[in-house]
Write a protein that binds this ligand. Sequence first.
Ligand SMILES: *[C@@H]1O[C@H](CO)[C@@H](O)[C@H](O)[C@H]1NC(C)=O
Ligand SMILES: *[C@@H]1O[C@H](CO)[C@@H](O)[C@H](O)[C@H]1NC(C)=O
Ligand SMILES: *[C@@H]1O[C@H](CO)[C@@H](O)[C@H](O)[C@H]1NC(C)=O
Ligand SMILES: *[C@@H]1O[C@H](CO)[C@@H](O)[C@H](O)[C@H]1NC(C)=O
Ligand SMILES: *[C@@H]1O[C@H](CO)[C@@H](O)[C@H](O)[C@H]1NC(C)=O
Ligand SMILES: *[C@@H]1O[C@H](CO)[C@@H](O)[C@H](O)[C@H]1NC(C)=O
Ligand SMILES: *[C@@H]1O[C@H](CO)[C@@H](O)[C@H](O)[C@H]1NC(C)=O
Length: 453
Amino acid sequence: MTCGLNPSLLLVLLCFLHSTEETCPSVCLCISDAVSCSSSGLTKLPHSLPSFSISLDLSHNHVSWLSPGCFNGMSRLENLLMAHNQLKALNPGTFQNVSGLRHLDLSSNKFRAVEQHYFQGLWRLEELLLFNNKIARVEAGTLSGLSSLKKVYFSLNQITDFPFFSIQDHTHPFLSMLDLSSNRLTHLQWEDVKALPRLVQRGLYLYNNSLICDCSMYSVFWHWDLRGYDSVRDFKEEHICFINGDLRSSIQFLQQNRFFLNCTVEKPVLQPVTVLLSNVLVSEGERMRLDCQTSLTSTDLSFTWLSPSKGHITKANIDDNLINLLPNGTLEIRATKVNDSGLYVCTAVDIKQALNATREVNVTVLLPTAELFNTGYTTLLGCMVTTTIILIYLYLTPCRCIYCKRSKQYESSSLSSTLFHSTRDQTKSQTNKHVAFIDPVMNEEGTDWSLES
Ligand SMILES: *[C@@H]1O[C@H](CO)[C@@H](O)[C@H](O)[C@H]1NC(C)=O
Ligand SMILES: *[C@@H]1O[C@H](CO)[C@@H](O)[C@H](O)[C@H]1NC(C)=O
Ligand SMILES: *[C@@H]1O[C@H](CO)[C@@H](O)[C@H](O)[C@H]1NC(C)=O
Ligand SMILES: *[C@@H]1O[C@H](CO)[C@@H](O)[C@H](O)[C@H]1NC(C)=O
Ligand SMILES: *[C@@H]1O[C@H](CO)[C@@H](O)[C@H](O)[C@H]1NC(C)=O
Ligand SMILES: *[C@@H]1O[C@H](CO)[C@@H](O)[C@H](O)[C@H]1NC(C)=O
Ligand SMILES: *[C@@H]1O[C@H](CO)[C@@H](O)[C@H](O)[C@H]1NC(C)=O
């Protein structure tokens, strides 16, 4: 029954052993499992780096050489920061025993190429930072096997070509950011780019390169723009291309598309491009307006709605005065019925560019009884939330407790009852106000889109 050693004593002993066995290099700072040797004027790695470290910061030094196996014995290492050093290349086997690396920062060094062997075996690597080097060449197999990759930063280099074909759904399922901006990409294999997983396309940054203006290039960006990808939308002005590759004739091609009016590449893309899904909740008898905001921006659009109860609805075929199709595509149903519930699909057609985009709205028309239940439920929920907030306020606010010890009982009960009553009275007196709880759901129609593509 009696266990001789006190566990905490054991822990202290272990810590003592730990720290005597592994000393922190004098130029570094060791805190827990993090070792920082940044800005220490190092030209090579310190001897005997502590094996227990999970994070090692060597940034802002002058390290120009890493010997094979230099991180041997640091098997727990997950974060290695080596930004702002003088590294030009990596030896085979540099990371041979640190396969647990998840975050590797080699930005602002002097790399000229990224060779196939550099990161091999780092299958847990999630973030790879290589921006601001002098990289001109990225070898085809560089990213193969790095199946945990999420974000890769290659911007501010001199890359002229990139092995897009090596990235596929099954090889890099989590890759959502590939930054190749501010490089020297001219001709890309656009077919390979279009074949990239959607997640990668969405997070592919290509602005400020030396792209040559042509229709296949334009069509790719045009579609990304249409889908509203941040990678394109946030850098519209920085997307430039050069006419015939002539560096004196650059075009901000997402802003001035005159040059591309002759491109016929859009024509084959006739199927609906964008599908936006949202849910709308209304009560029977209420007026409902469904807008048809799609990614098409032309002012000259024609709209068609497909409704579950009334079939196709166009401007021309409306024959009852219960529904209306407004010029901006908004469908109005004056008094909704339960059997108006279902999926509404609007197609906006841009005839000039032969494009159409669709928008889907899932409508649920609630019976008045369902609505009553809903009101009761939301009110109850509201009360519960209020009560919880009051309790949290009363019992968890630290500065109150010095003063309130004596009169706590009194204060808490009076405060809670007044607050409670006032909220309840408010909900009671403004019976229509319950809509406020449902409103956000209805407004979702116009604001909170999720983009499905
Ligand atoms: C490092 O890896 C090599 C080969 O992968 C292995 O032979 C060696 O024992 C490892 N060294 C340590 C210290 O783990
Ligand atoms: C574009 O790239 C060049 C280097 O290629 C860089 O100096 C410049 O700052 C970049 N501009 C922008 C707006 O990113
Ligand atoms: C578009 O094509 C027409 C005739 O094919 C040509 O005259 C015109 O210059 C072209 N426009 C541009 C901007 O390339
Ligand atoms: C949208 O484009 C397709 C071509 O894929 C066409 O068949 C369809 O009629 C278009 N939709 C509308 C409403 O014009
Ligand atoms: C929907 O219900 C109304 C009565 O509530 C009925 O008049 C109408 O015919 C129904 N419509 C369809 C398509 O079933
Ligand atoms: C369409 O027009 C109606 C009436 O003018 C307006 O209430 C609605 O907000 C407009 N919808 C959009 C998406 O602009
Ligand atoms: C529409 O909403 C209803 C109820 O919220 C749900 O049961 C149904 O699956 C939804 N339909 C689609 C296509 O999302």
